[in-house]
Design a protein around this ligand. Structure first.
Ligand code: AN0
Ligand code: CP
Length: 316
């Protein structure tokens, strides 16, 4: 396996979930397959879960781990070809990628969008420039438009907790004071489409996601209507796709609270974390038995371990 950047990089979601759950039962059973292999985790942005769960999974496989915060500790990387580098950037991706590829057997990369230039963000420019300049497999640790490791862990969590064969899953927009990427939501929909669920979306007017991710999905602009009969409520803020990067005003009432949860079919609550309490979701919901957020974060380890096992077993 050469890259894990989207659900389209894997053959069968159900099969992957089944194998990840086997890993969860006995995470150390393959603790030799990564011996003498190194993973390099490159972060342009902050992280708690992605960083630690990937380190943990790599360690479970016996790998060595190197972490580099490129934005704060590295030279400023130039991505464009042919630039006269007499301004801010100090090192070209061509050299950086070639050098990192010599040190690492697998590379992980986190790169958030600008939320200013939609065309560049949605071309996943930084991720793709890395992909075309490295010589080892790459795992996306969240790109400008997708967060596949999160979504894989989410599918694992839904599979473990569903009661109905085909549960109703609501992806609901929630308030947030700062502009956030659409990546978690886009990616969640991509994976939900390949999972046995009925998925619907709730978001305010002006906050529809890109059509390529929402196609065939019912979109409600009244949150309460979407919550009816829901088995899972997946809350996430995203900034506007149409008015690119805008955060919207007077939308505090979109916070998920107990009153809204009571409209559901005893639904479980999900969020990728980090979450702003009493902005995105009330304390009462987050602290209730319905909340799966800690288990979602736990499943991040088994999701990424599954990906690493695939990459290592191919002899990469
Ligand atoms: C990021 C986002 O919304 O994409 C990362 C979530 C996993 N969240 C924040 O920056 C708060
Ligand atoms: N959910 C998630 O990816 O968290 P981090 O940003 O802390 O890695």
């Amino acid at each position: 396996m050469k890259k894990f950047t989207s659900v389209t990089d894997i053959d069968n979601v159900e099969d992957w979930v089944r194998k990840a759950l086997e890993i969860k039962k006995n995470p150390l059973v393959n603790n030799k397959i990564g011996a003498n292999k190194t993973i390099g985790l490159l972060f342009f942005n902050p992280s708690l879960r992605t960083r630690m769960s990937t380190q943990k999974a790599a360690q479970n496989l016996g790998m060595n781990v190197m972490v580099m915060n490129l934005n704060t500790d590295g030279w400023k990387i130039e991505l464009e070809d042919g630039t006269v580098m007499n301004q801010g950037s100090q090192e070209h991706i061509k050299e950086a990628a070639a050098v990192i590829s010599q040190y690492c057997d697998v590379i992980g990369l986190r790169t958030f969008p600008s939320l200013k230039d939609r065309e560049k963000d949605y071309a996943d420019d930084v991720l793709n420039k890395f992909l075309s300049n490295i010589s080892v497999p790459l795992i996306s640790l969240e790109s400008a438009i997708l967060h596949p490791l999160q979504s894989f862990a989410d599918v694992i969590t839904i599979t473990e907790n569903k009661i109905l064969k085909r549960p109703k899953v609501v992806l609901t927009w929630a308030p947030h004071p700062k502009a956030l990427p659409q990546a978690v939501a886009n990616s969640f929909l991509e994976w939900m489409r390949k999972t046995e669920v009925e998925v619907v979306i709730a978001n305010p007017l002006g906050f529809n996601l890109a059509a390529e991710y929402t196609r065939n999905c019912k979109v409600y602009h009244k949150q309460e209507e979407a919550f009816e009969n829901a088995d899972f409520i997946y809350a996430k803020n995203w900034s506007s796709y149409d008015d690119y990067g805008a955060i919207g005003k007077n939308l505090d009432h979109w916070m998920v609270d107990e009153a809204k949860m009571s409209l559901t079919n005893n639904a479980k609550f999900m969020h990728c974390l980090p979450v702003r309490r009493n902005v995105v979701v009330s304390d009462a919901v987050l602290d209730s038995k319905a909340s799966l957020v800690i288990e979602q974060a736990n499943n991040r380890t088994y999701a990424v371990q599954m990906v690493l096992q695939k990459m290592l077993k191919n002899g990469q």
